[in-house]
Ligand binder design. Structure first.
Ligand code: FES
Length: 321
């Protein structure tokens, strides 16, 4: 089984809250370096109630003595957002785990077109700084609220890449702007990488337009921390190994959702198949693995499953909770 991530404490050494965006600077209290990261990486924060949240690092990957996070928090936010806004103040500590990168820059030295939808800007700021340092051609296109972007105006990430930034008024502009932009880049560079991050509708729009334009899948890279809605999936059953109880999993629920509805409590943290909190043993049937937690070999063994996101390839899965 994959080892669970190790959490360690960092301190808030700077906090800026503007236009609904909180920009945190985190460091070890003794000033020691933090684990290295590469552009596009994220860290997990463990909140006092045990909930784990993932946030992209927006700072310079060449400065591992501090991590920089930018988090959008609605004024009426409760739970995690309210905690980060009101209680995680300057000088306080929080548990984090070492950065993980599921959204890296491709190693091929191709130019990079970065598309940010609102606060999806954060990993792309880090990528833009890295691309600039590597002298690779790139552009950063921002689609979203002016206020969100303005929150970064006096921050070092913004200053470092300001000259490469193209600002579009709203994220729905992506519909009319993507085709000419991609055509222009294809003409200029032939092959290039397209990196995008933002809200679910933004991601869906970019993905659909890329498909419609015949953009090579291998050159499209994206990340989203919002679970995709579950709908129209094949139904199946879960059998609880210890009791023999059968729980149907409908087309619009995750396994965890169906079990919780049936009164069988499943603990969830990320809800994205990243953290491993909802891992269960498989005693029968074949899972349809959709997580980023298990290794390829573990997935092939088919004896574990992440209940927050994976489904079944067989009509019934027997699991041990
Ligand atoms: S809750 Fe994090 S992997 Fe399922």
């Amino acid at each position: 089984m994959e080892t669970a991530p190790t959490f360690f404490a960092v301190t808030v050494v700077e906090k800026v809250y503007r236009n609904g965006v909180i920009i945190f600077t985190l460091a070890r209290s003794d000033g020691a370096p933090l684990p290295l990261f590469t552009a596009g990486a994220h860290i997990s924060l463990r909140l006092p109630d045990g909930v784990i949240r993932q946030y992209s690092l927006c700072g310079d990957a060449g400065r591992p003595e501090r991590y920089r996070l930018a988090i959008l928090v609605a004024p009426d936010s409760r739970g995690a957002g309210a905690y980060l806004r009101d209680r995680l103040t300057l000088g306080r500590s929080i548990q984090i785990c070492a950065p993980r990168n599921d959204f890296p820059l491709a190693e091929l030295p191709h130019p990079a077109l970065l598309l940010a939808g609102g606060i999806g800007l954060t990993p792309l700021l880090s990528m833009a700084q890295s691309l600039r340092a590597q002298r690779r051609p790139f552009q950063l296109h921002y689609f979203g609220r002016h206020e969100t972007l303005a929150a970064f105006a006096d921050q070092p990430e913004y200053a470092a890449v300001r000259d490469y930034l193209v600002i579009h008024p709203r994220d729905h502009e992506i519909a009319s702007r993507l085709a000419p932009l991609v055509a222009d880049w294809q003409q200029r560079y032939g092959r290039f990488g397209l990196y995008y991050c933002g809200s679910l509708p933004f991601m869906q729009s970019v993905s659909e337009y890329c498909d419609a334009l015949g953009f090579p899948q291998a050159d499209g890279h994206y990340e989203s921390f919002t679970p995709a809605p579950v709908q129209g999936e094949p139904t199946f059953e879960i059998e609880i190994f210890s009791t023999g109880e059968i729980i149907p999993v409908p087309a619009d629920l995750t396994i965890a959702g169906a079990l919780n509805q049936a009164g069988i409590e499943v603990e969830i943290s990320c809800g994205l198949g990243i953290c491993g909190t909802c891992l269960a043993e498989v005693k029968g049937g074949i899972p349809d693995h959709r997580d980023d937690y298990l290794s390829a070999a573990q997935k092939q063994a088919n004896n574990q499953i992440l209940l927050c996101c994976s489904r079944a390839r067989t009509p019934r899965l027997v699991i041990d909770l």
